[in-house]
Write a protein that binds this ligand. Structure first.
Ligand code: AMP
Length: 215
């Protein structure tokens, strides 16, 4: 199954993708994760990407398209994959279609996880990550027992640069302007499915599975 996950930042795409990996045995390809790793590793790609990411802007298309092309050609993607955070605009979606055509493949489903803006803001501004073990918390929905301290390892919790309020506003604006038109793009292709991203992680996952299995 070749699947694209659509939804605003904070809609829970990454969390659902992790559960889909377990269930379907196909890899998740998150361009955000690949770029963040490049930033942490201080590679030339990371250096180029960081300034865009810190501002909540999209990294240039040619950079991310190159990353995705290389990743989907790897052996573990033969049975399919979950694209999370890519494509982010129509140009990326069109290029992806062309790349897949040249590989004699096509997407099976574009799954949109829909959620209200006010919940999104709390999910994003409330997010804290452990500096040591990367465990994630949310000060509104799943706070640590002790403020700013990781329950698991005692490490210090911090707020990702791109989770700060100004950046989040910009990321949501970019989503509205550039990414949300993809919902229509895939609807016109007849492969759009959607679920409401409310409820517990497992409740949402059950809805995701029902939609994917056509129940
Ligand atoms: P994410 O974790 O998917 O929200 O991505 C974090 C940041 O990485 C975004 O705000 C962008 O700056 C960058 N990014 C991730 N995926 C893409 C993409 N497909 N195109 C351009 N920029 C991206």
């Amino acid at each position: 199954m070749r699947l694209v996950l659509l939804g605003a930042p904070g809609a829970g795409k990454g969390t659902q993708a992790k559960k889909l990996i377990e269930k379907y045995g196909i890899p998740q390809i998150s361009t955000g994760d690949i770029l963040r790793k490049a930033v942490t590793d201080g590679t030339p790609l990371g250096k180029e990407a960081k300034s865009y990411m810190d501002k909540g802007e999209l990294v240039p298309d040619n950079v991310v398209i190159g990353l995705v092309k290389e990743r989907i050609s790897q052996d573990d993607c033969k049975k399919g994959y979950i694209l999370d955070g890519f494509p982010r605009n129509t140009a990326q979606a069109e290029t992806l279609d062309k790349v897949l055509d040249s590989m004699r493949a096509s997407l099976d489903v574009a799954l949109s996880v829909d959620i209200d803006k006010d919940i999104l803001m709390k999910r994003l501004t409330g997010r804290r990550t452990c500096k040591s073990c990367q465990q994630m918390y949310n000060i509104y929905f799943s706070p640590p027992k002790k403020e700013r301290v990781c329950d698991k390892c005692g490490g210090e919790l911090f707020q990702r640069d791109d989770d700060k309020e100004d950046t989040i506003k910009r990321r949501l604006d970019v989503y509205d302007a550039s990414t949300s038109p993809l919902i229509d793009y895939y609807r016109k292709k007849g492969i759009l499915k959607s679920v409401k991203g409310v409820g517990s992680i497992d409740e949402i996952f059950n809805k995701v599975c029902s939609v994917l299995e056509g129940k």
